[in-house]
Design a protein around this ligand. Structure first.
Ligand SMILES: [Zn+2]
Length: 150
């Protein structure tokens, strides 16, 4: 999957970036669903997931694994991951690093649960990076991939 690419519509990209800048101190989370083709995954819709888990020094952080389970399950029920009748796949798990670079933290690597593309955006540095994790819990390596705005 090294040549895997993520396609984001301009609308989704703008939605993610705007929401990130509206929350300069707290980490935000979106889950994207869409279509998986072999080397190209497309996000057709992205849903914001409430971030209500960890709070450290007044900064909400790294919550998408833990918090807002109801929100998360609602979105996942629209995907084949959780619902065999669904027409869409999980194609992106997005979160922000309000004060850091758009690279995965140790917590990100250690707590990821789904074989998916993970996208991190830094509102501070205005950078976005996408990674693919193949779901191998023994390795937990996120491989950088390219993302395109289409
Ligand atoms: Zn993170």
């Amino acid at each position: 999957m090294e040549n895997l690419r993520l396609n984001l519509t301009r609308k989704t990209y703008n939605e993610l970036v705007e929401a990130s800048h509206e929350s300069p101190d707290d980490e935000i989370i979106f889950v994207g669903i869409g279509d998986r083709e072999e080397a190209s995954w497309k996000v057709t819709e992205a849903f914001q997931i409430k971030n209500d888990s960890m709070e450290e020094e007044g900064i909400k952080t790294s919550a998408f694994y833990v918090g807002a389970a109801d929100d998360f399950i609602k979105v996942m029920m629209k995907t084949r991951h959780f619902n065999s009748k669904a027409k869409k796949d999980l194609t992106m798990i997005f979160h922000t690093h309000p004060h850091g670079a758009s690279r995965p933290s140790g917590i990100d690597l250690g707590r990821a649960q789904f074989r998916s593309i993970y996208v991190i955006y830094s509102p501070r540095f205005k950078t976005m990076n996408a990674y693919f994790w193949d779901g191998d819990e023994s390795k937990r390596v996120w491989n950088p991939i390219n993302h395109y705005i289409i």
